[in-house]
Design a protein around this ligand. Structure first.
Ligand SMILES: C[S@@+](CC[C@H](N)C(=O)[O-])C[C@H]1O[C@@H](n2cnc3c(N)ncnc32)[C@H](O)[C@@H]1O
Length: 363
């Protein structure tokens, strides 16, 4: 980002329209040299999963010894070499993440047979070690429960003990912080306006997510989303809303189809993405014109869900105590009173990404 864009990225939300920038680099994330040291507030990403076969070719391209280890059936050595590729990206993440910044890494473990031995390759544990080694503090993580197709679920497991294996139906969202908590000036608009609803807090800050489906994930699936192993929109959107404020900058070094950038746009955060496969960047550009409508739909759904929540509580004789400053509904706590949602009003393609204008959603 140039100086002017950096200045925009710190714009406070205070009821006025504001702008965000979204840079996307078709480049290898082992070198994030276009990103300044300590300039990122939140990382949300899902790397290629070591020892999951769909990513073997990519790891071989990035570290040729991976191919040798796989050919020789040396599972543990291949696992370690694949994590060596990710480690180089985590080094860069450690450089660019500001003090107090948070990194959220979506990762699944892998099961595989090598040299006649079936075992789990614990990617989540290896990545936790990698972040601890770089000085980050692990925070409580989230288990994302992904219901498997029940017909395929127990294939080959039989009915006789003790040689069947349980089905892996969860992935992790590992959460790390770079040092102490961030400090904000008292009453900072961009923090208080970025509040979430009490009932959202109760769902989002639970450590097992079983509800990642439904109306807020209306992204069309296509061959490229499958090829990228894209995560549902709701994952980065929740994480941006939970762990950053308006005007912050979110990095995804394994950008894929750009779901994190889309979430950052809808959430009113700036973003930076790195992706080595340029086909994904073209796909995003073709769909960019749909972002204002998507943003309107998602934010209206949040407001409607809250109204429904209030109606249900009122029916039980338990209307929330506080009035929202900017909307005609009550809220449960004083911390939600200044909450304000900003919809994407306009998106413009720039030399290295996108410029987005956000307008407050008024009553
Ligand atoms: C699991 S996918 C991410 C999917 C993404 N979260 C989405 O919703 O579309 C991992 C992505 O990282 C990219 N990738 C892998 N290694 C990379 C590297 N060293 N630098 C940049 N991109 C890389 C792959 O091409 C792939 O698109």
């Amino acid at each position: 980002m140039d100086d002017e864009q950096q200045a925009e990225s710190t714009t406070s939300a205070d009821g006025d329209a504001f702008e965000t920038t979204h840079a996307v680099h078709a480049a290898d994330a082992r070198d994030l040299s276009a990103v300044e040291t300590d300039s990122i507030d939140l990382v949300v990403t899902s790397p290629p999963y070591p020892m999951v076969e769909m990513w073997d070719d990519l790891f071989e391209q990035l570290a040729p010894e991976v191919g040798d280890f796989l050919a020789a059936d040396k599972g543990e050595a291949a696992f370690e070499a694949m994590h060596g590729v990710l480690d180089a990206v985590w080094d860069e993440v450690a450089r660019v993440l500001a003090p107090g910044g948070i990194a959220c890494i979506n990762i699944g473990d892998a099961t595989r047979t090598a040299n006649g031995r079936f075992r789990v390759y614990p990617n989540h544990a290896r990545i936790t070690e990698a972040f601890e080694h770089r000085g980050f503090d692990p925070l409580p993580d989230i288990l994302w429960h992904k219901p498997a197709n029940s017909a395929a679920k127990f294939m080959g497991s039989g009915m006789l003990p003790p040689s069947a294996y349980v089905t892996l139906e969860h992935e992790y969202i590992l959460v790390f912080r770079n040092g102490q908590r961030r400090e904000f000036e008292p009453g900072a608009d961009r923090r208080y306006e970025a509040a979430y609803f009490w009932e959202e807090r109760n769902r989002w800050f639970t450590d097992v997510w079983t509800d990642i489906r439904g109306r807020m994930q209306e992204l069309p699936d296509d061959e490229l989303r499958d090829r990228a192993g894209a995560f549902p929109f709701e994952i980065p959107y929740r994480l941006c809303s939970m762990f950053s404020v308006y005007g912050d900058t979110v990095l995804d070094p394994f950008w894929g189809t750009g779901t994190t950038t889309l979430a950052a746009m809808v959430a009113g955060r700036n973003s930076v993405g790195y992706e080595r496969d340029p086909a994904f960047l073209d796909r995003f550009e073709r769909q960019a014109e749909d972002v204002p409508q998507l943003s309107q739909d998602i934010l209206e759904t949040r407001l409607d869900n809250h109204r429904e929540f209030v109606t249900e509580r009122a029916a039980d004789g338990d209307t929330p105590d506080y009035e929202a400053d900017h909307y005609d509904f009550p809220v449960m706590t004083s911390q939600e009173q200044q909450l304000r949602l900003y919809a994407v009003d306009e998106i413009t393609v720039t030399e290295d990404g996108y410029h987005v204008r956000h307008e407050p959603i008024e009553e």
